[in-house]
Design a binder for this molecule. Structure first.
Ligand code: FES
Length: 95
């Protein structure tokens, strides 16, 4: 079975993960430059830009959408702590 791959362009790294794996756990397992604070969708430290494969991340829930709106995030930004990986995705750390 083909494992989903997460490419983090900021780190020039591609990591294969189990289907449904939480992005935050992947970042804990591997050294990446995605930072985490609250780990609960409330601080914005983990914001990433999804360059490709947005449809392969778990759908955004209302709390994440509300928070990103408050932060005036771009439409391609997500909170890494709220995402599970369902397929190939390319990310960069938001500035
Ligand atoms: S770690 Fe705080 S919002 Fe993701």
């Amino acid at each position: 079975m083909k494992l989903p791959k997460v490419e983090i362009t900021t780190d020039n790294k591609t990591i294969a993960v189990a289907d449904g794996y939480a992005l935050i756990d992947m970042c804990d397992d591997h050294d990446t430059s995605i930072l985490f604070g609250c780990r609960d969708g409330a601080c914005g430290a983990c914001m990433v830009r999804v360059l490709d494969g947005a449809e392969n991340l778990s759908p955004m829930q209302d709390d994440e959408r509300d928070f990103l709106e408050t932060m005036a995030a771009e439409p391609d930004e997500r909170l890494a702590c709220q995402c599970r990986v369902r397929g190939d995705v390319r990310l960069e750390v938001s500035e």
